[in-house]
Ligand binder design. Sequence first.
Ligand code: FAQ
Length: 321
Amino acid sequence: MTTMAPDTGAQDTAGYEAVFDAAVAAEERIEPRDWMPDAYRATLVRQIAQHAHSEIIGMQPEANWITRAPSLRRKAILMAKVQDEAGHGLYLYSAAETLGTGRDELLDKLHSGRQKYSSIFNYPTLTWADVGAIGWLVDGAAITNQVPLCRCSYGPYARAMVRICKEESFHQRQGYELLLALSRGTEAQHAMAQDAVNRWWWPSLMMFGPPDAESSHSAQSMAWKIKRHSNDELRQRFVDICVPQAASLGLTLPDPDLRWNEERGQHDFGAIDWTEFQEVLRGNGPCNDQRIGQRRRAHEEGAWVREAAAAYAAKHGKATA
Ligand code: FAQ
């Protein structure tokens, strides 16, 4: 989109709004210096921040297994994956910065519970098979949700998503491959893989957010082309993708109501426990306290790194001047 004069707040914004609406309708990208409605900016900051927080908190469940990976190859893959998630957090915090909201402010809101992160990361990783289940199901759900975000109307978010989705695709495959090895292994390994899938399946479906009828932001976000599909549409797409993959893995999905519906051309699936989802959002999931406690500690312990980087930048700036 062509750059428009920034809103000074004093002038009539109707003209700017018409140009913004026309750009969104024409599938043009909104860029940081373009005029945008305050509510559009606030919605993007909310979603991008929640997404960034999810990426960095999401490092914890799998990092739990780095020291206990069963081989050097598995350890190297897992370390690379967890580092990728940190990188995704950084791209996303940078995207939020282009909207005028600094990283410090967003981290402060995360640490004080004023901003959310994905419900999925409040579940424990009990066995090595959980690393496979997270890759297959959690990264799989993340890709299903995030590929359409590559076409988000806000340029910096959409562009960050392109690289993130490529990396998530590798993550999904490594999880699938890990589960396949376990599923084809000993009886105990197969049982471990099945148990992990049983525990991660329903929380993965919750990642897509509340049902459409209860999704407070979907209608406006879709009108602004931030979101391209509703929560239920993406959840259904994910279920349809997973069913044949589970069969190839030799594993079952823990839903007795899961069956192909010829008429709809999609799978029917059982009722999601939305009470559990709401409880996790309220901070009462199995690992909420542990996750946020660990995040606050990491931030405090990293203070010296931030101070050193700032001192270096100041010194370097002075030398250049
Ligand atoms: N968890 O009106 P909606 C990953 C909140 S990345 C917690 O439907 P919206 C990579 C929502 O914020 C995973 N809260 O909201 C990885 C809102 O609350 P608010 C993260 C949730 O925004 C893999 C309220 O409920 N991905 O996994 C959740 O239109 C492995 C009402 O909901 C993203 O963030 C939830 N599951 O749609 C990393 C993708 N669902 O703000 C490490 C970008 C909803 O009013 C290891 N985000 N809420 O207080 C999105 O696409 C959207 O924000 C949705 C929610 C679809 C998540």
